[in-house]
Design a protein around this ligand. Sequence first.
Ligand code: MF3
Ligand code: CO
Length: 250
Amino acid sequence: MIIVKSEREIELMRRAGKITAAARALAGEMVKPGVTTREIDKAVFHFIRSQGAEPSFLNYNGYPASVCVSVNDEIIHGIPGPRVLKEGDIVSVDVGAYIGGFHGDCAATYPCGKISEEAQRLIDVTRQSFFEGFAQAREGNRISDISHAVQAYVEANGFSVVREYVGHGVGRNMHEAPEIPNYGAPGHGPKLLRGMTIAVEPMVNAGTAAIRQMSDGWTVKTRDGKYAAHYENTILITAGEPEILTAPAP
Ligand code: MF3
Ligand code: CO
């Protein structure tokens, strides 16, 4: 069942979303040569707590950190640790914050110093694919209208969408119905209604769509070793243009 939020609940989600977006921005600003992924996690943890919120990811299914930091060929769920970021890396940060009974969830990929043109194009296409899906996320459309728009844009630009992980409803739980794949034919799935809150999150590989699950139980990498990018916002469905709840968005 897809939960439709009341005006009061939406107001609470805006609050959670703002803190989550600020945590993402903080993580993004820290992406610099010489910084460890653990330092980013520590800063995000302290920031979220300083806002009176809780990091949504910490201990979620046993996840050991407040943020996912996924570097280069890591697509998602990279665990922060002693890895030192270096010039030319691309760094995906994914973060959630919980306050007032609701979650925000968002991600983005940031360049570490000077990166290759092709890596920047991957970041830009991934971000824009979110906005292609976003434009379809309005009352009366169906879930797979979002999916199709993301996939069409990514593939028109020569990249691939990951199939095994999907966007999702978000609210009192970080993952609620419906699932929102980043691929598929348009016109399928549940109809969108105003008051639904969903996380749209394209995960895009520069090479093939194939993934590899690492033995740490979390990190997901591209099978071919090429780079991947991720971009996500929590959004509110309205009768017109959707609202980004994890605002401001990069
Ligand atoms: N942010 C991820 C998502 O969009 C979830 C992260 S998994 C966690 O669904 F374990 F790190 F929390
Ligand atoms: Co998500």
